[in-house]
Each structure stands twice: as C-alpha cells, then as structure tokens.
Write a protein that binds this ligand. Structure first.
Ligand code: BV8
Ligand code: ZN
Length: 243
C-alpha cells in the first residue's frame, strides 16, 4: 500500500512540476461517459467485424451498411457528455505552458469539455467528407440520411474518420511525434495500445526521456515500459492525479 501511495505521489509531483505535457487518450476515457469501447468484453468489435465496417474497402462495397453503423454510433455519442476525466485534462492544459492532447477518439468529447490544443488522430464522427470533391463539413444530424450526399457537388459523403489501412493526416502525425519527443511528462489514458501509429507514441516519449504515466482499468502492452501505471477508472484516477 505504501508503495502504491508513493508511486501515485511521484506521478502527481512530476505532473505538477512539468512545463510540457502530452496526453494520449483512447476509448477508455469516454467509457465513463457511456461511449462504447472497441475491444474488451463489451467492446464494439465483439459484435462487429472491423474489416467489414471500418475500412475503405467496406465502404466501397456497401456504403449504406457502413453509414448505418456510424449512424447508430452517432446516436449513442449524442447522448453522452464529457466526464470528470475530460474535465481534469482541461484543467491540466490551463496550467501547463506547453500542452498537447492526442486523442484516438472520434467522439469530440475533449473539445466539448473545453480542451484547446487537441489532435483528433482518427478524425471526428460529427464530420463528413465528400468522396468526390473532398470537402470536409460538419453534420450533427441524428439520424443522418443514409447515405448522405454532398450539398456542393452531390457526391457520396463518407465519415471523416481514419479507417484501417488509411494514413493519418501527415501534419497530425508530425505534431504528435513532436509532442511525444519533447514533453517532460507523457500521460496515456484508456487505450489498449494496439492500434498504430498512435500506440508507438508511448515508446517514443519514453525513449526521448519523458516520465510516462498510464491510467487504465487493466494492464496493456504499454504497461511494462511506463514509469507509473495507475489502475482504475479514468473518471476517478485523473481528477485525483491532476488536482
Ligand atoms: C496506418 C475506426 C499507414 C474509427 C480505428 C502492424 C504494425 C503496425 C501497423 C499495423 C500492423 N498491422 C496493421 C497495421 C496498421 C493498422 C493497425 O494498427 N492495426 C492494428 C489493429 C494492428 N493501423 C492503421 O491502419 C492506421 N493507419 O497505419 O497507416 C498504413 C497505410 C496503409 C497500409 C498500412 C499502413 C489507421 C488506424 C485506424 C484507426 N481507426 N477505427 C472509428 O470508427 O472509430 S481504430 C479504433 O481503435 C478506434 O478508432 C480507436 O481510436 C482505436 C484505438 O482503440 P482504443 O482507443 O485503444 O480502444 P480499445 O477499446 O481498444 O481499448 C480501450 C482501453 O480502455 C482498454 O485498454 C481498457 O482497459 C480501457 N478502459 C476501459 N474502460 C476504462 C478504461 N480505462 C480507464 N477507465 C475506464 N473507464
Ligand atoms: Zn462534394
């Protein structure tokens, strides 16, 4: 018990003193808001096959099926609000001179909570992109008309989301690696650490000398390389770590 208290204190102290912090979040931080995670016993991938739904090939094959899945998820996310973990990250950003938030989540809850310097690595479920003219726009319709079409050119719209086999925005990747390489403390919250390239930011930060803190319900492939693993729900662990 003593050692658990002291590692938590060490994590708190490091975070309190750091002048540059990068945070990487995954589905686990939004689980406490009611957004389903991807993997794990109740994860989305238990009921759906990602290769049938979250790939460009799937969309080419059956855009309606893919849109129906996203429409269902948009309905779920629309009913969710940021939780105390999202709020704690907003407070962290307000006191740290150099701060970056890298999120794999597409639910938009970090921005809704008030986070400013956010990189949405995998896109945003409330954005659509035209497959013809490539214009990106906001769309908050719940339900959305399936399939939706571009108001400018009539082309088929797709979710503005990075699917498996697609490249992330090069500017986002550059900024994310820069943040991981230059921060004093790297905080990784609620991600299984499986999906690349996001998963590799953790080892990048560690190699570059950052103090790495992981907050997760369970151990992950990252747990053995981090300095401190804090076990528990993000909505409980983060406020007590940050405040
Ligand atoms: C790319 C759709 C270049 C969006 C998603 C081998 C080596 C390297 C790369 C690869 C490889 N094999 C394949 C690849 C490439 C692939 C990849 O990484 N595959 C993995 C599965 C092996 N990556 C890509 O394709 C990426 N692009 O590499 O480009 C390229 C180009 C062409 C060809 C090849 C390469 C693109 C990645 C696309 C990601 N898009 N989905 C959507 O509709 O949402 S991924 C999906 O997983 C989500 O987007 C999500 O963001 C992401 C990560 O998941 P997590 O957020 O970690 O969520 P998960 O459910 O897994 O875990 C939840 C965690 O929270 C758990 O640890 C749990 O314990 C914890 N938890 C739960 N509750 C709580 C909690 N913790 C705290 N509190 C709680 N309450
Ligand atoms: Zn268009």
């Amino acid at each position: 018990m003593d050692s658990l208290v002291s590692v938590t204190e060490e994590a708190r102290r490091r975070l309190g003193e750091a002048r540059s912090v990068a945070v990487l979040t995954g589905a686990g931080i939004s689980a406490d808001s009611g957004v389903p995670t991807f993997r794990g016993p109740e994860g989305l991938w238990r009921s759906f096959r990602p290769e049938e739904l979250a790939t460009p090939e799937a969309f080419l094959r059956d855009p309606n099926l893919v849109w129906e899945w996203y429409d269902w998820r948009r309905g779920k996310v629309a009913a969710c609000r940021p939780n105390p973990a999202h709020d704690a990250i907003v407070r962290l950003e307000s006191r740290v001179p150099r701060f970056s938030l890298l999120t794999q989540n597409v639910d938009g809850l970090h921005r809704e909570a008030g986070s400013q310097n956010v990189i949405e690595l995998h896109g945003n479920i409330w954005k659509v992109r035209c497959t013809n003219c490539h214009e990106v726009g906001d769309n908050r319709d719940v339900p959305i008309q399936v399939p939706p079409h571009c108001e400018t050119c009539g082309g088929l719209l797709r979710p503005h989301i990075v699917w498996f086999g697609e490249s992330l925005d090069p500017d986002d990747i550059r900024a994310a690696f820069e943040a991981a390489e230059s921060c004093e403390v790297f905080l990784v919250v609620g991600t299984s650490g499986i999906v690349q390239p996001a998963a590799s930011f953790v080892s990048t930060a560690k190699r570059a000398g950052a103090f790495v803190i992981e907050a997760n319900l369970d151990p992950t492939p990252n747990t053995w390389i981090v300095d401190v693993h804090l076990s528990g729900r993000a909505a409980e662990v983060l406020p007590s770590l940050i405040d």
